[in-house]
Design a protein around this ligand. Sequence first.
Ligand code: HEM
Ligand SMILES: [Cu+2]
Length: 540
Amino acid sequence: MDNTQPSFLDASGKYTGIRGWIFSTDHKRIGILYLISMMTFFLTGVVLGLLMRLELIAPGPTIMSAQTYNAAFTVHGVIMIFLFIIPGIPAVFGNFFLPIHIGAKDVFFPRLNLLSWWLFITGGVLAVVSLFAGGGPVDTGWTFYAPYSIRTGTDVSLAVFAAFVIGCSSILTGVNFITTIHRLRAPGMDFFRMPLFSWSLYATGWIQILATPVIGITLLLVICERFFGVGFFDPLKGGDPLLFQHLFWIYSHPAVYVMIIPAMGVVSEIIPVFSQKNVFGYKTIAYSSLAIAFIGFFVWGHHMFTSGISDTSRVFFSVITFIVAVPSGLKVFNWVATLYKGSIELVSPFLYTLSFIFLFSLGGLLGLVNGALATNIHIHDTYFIVGHFHYVMFGGTAIAFFGGLHYWFPKMFGKNYNERRAVIAWVVLFIGFNLLYFPMLVLGWEGMPRRYYDYLPEFQTGNVISTVGSWILVSGLILMLSNLVSALIKGEKAEMNPWDGTTLEWTISSPPPHHNFEKIPVIEHGPYEFRRGAGGGGKK
Ligand code: HEM
Ligand SMILES: [Cu+2]
């Protein structure tokens, strides 16, 4: 196909300039809008994280007050969870590549797609406004646990409303992707010829649709409670604070799979390409996304082992938690089996992917330590938990996000980045990451509680290592981003298919033209059929 068609980066339609972007219904432009807004939120969250680590470099007060620290970890958590890691991969790469992967011109509801982005931005802005309005920044933690969230004088109502609006955006994106997959697949693209990334978005879409309304309603109840004192959760009025925790985690546990399943989808695309082999166990990987999504709805109680629920329910939740690990483990084994005897190319997207497998597997195994009833009692609300979730969310999802960014960058922007600098950035990031988070596991195991701005002197060594790690990690991030930004400005023109990929985005020009395909392709085989290299050749 030729490169003569104007790309989606060139203006078209009614508006030009910035309005041509913020009113565009082109799924690719919306993907880029999300990318820009999300990186902005991410960097804000990183700065807050750095400040927290600076506070913790020595025992006693150092750079902020206890109340400021409470606000810092709340805002850090809210931003990272609701504005970066939950929407991240689906909103950016899902929007950009789902229609292309299934041979469509756009998503099924392009205007709704634009509305989702506007809701996302509105929610983000409201969250920022809540920092400066009336009662000051929220100090409840991102979980907004009752009854504290009902009684504190800070601006919980506004922050919670912001999360509600972002939730609406998430539901609409889920509806859009599921409909797109059902209705817009190109001729011959049956479900089992879809790339695995589309499968992961399909599973994620169902979680978004089924779980998000629960948190939406819960957050509205908190607002009712604060304004009208209705007493759903307030024990003084006969309400039940445990009810809040149940409702919260019935959404928020499945939400951790909204964070991780798309990341698994991204690495399932990258691994076959850089080993030039058909993926091992395609169907297992596809179905395990659905299995994880389904079982994920039954494990929320593992967040409540110390809350006073009955022993029977604690045992139930513990056992079910272990069962979720089975489909996740199956994926890891299938990825490793795909690598086996592959013709491996160690370039930056693939290095991110390998470190994803390592960090996510470690974080996931630590999740089993949390899920085991007995150990959970010991490590509940310690730094072990903080270490665990950073391994899964940052080491898992965010690293896969960066991997995807390097993998798809030439396609999205039509420019090449400097590979050597990308690898150096990756090395620095990887070292910094482990220095930052590994000590947290040890500290937590030894009993350092989370969400405190002070600690006993015996915890200092670990904290100093961790804080220095945060500086190294941030240097890696700066190297990575400056490399990509300078590629945007002065990178060489990228080829159509730099990695010898086989999915549909590699059959169109870089960057893609406005309507993706001149002619809708007809699909005759599975997504990963490689000509050169070891294994090769899918069955379908
Ligand atoms: C430079 C990078 C980062 C640093 C230095 C950092 C540091 C921290 C620290 C010190 C805490 C407070 C722990 C506590 O007292 O509970 C924290 C909490 C948290 N972080 Fe990060 N973090 C970073 C990146 C991330 C990323 C990328 C994510 C998400 C993908 C994330 C998600 C969270 C969450 C959800 C909390 C819990 C907040 C809460 O308990 O209310 N962090 N982080
Ligand atoms: Cu959970």
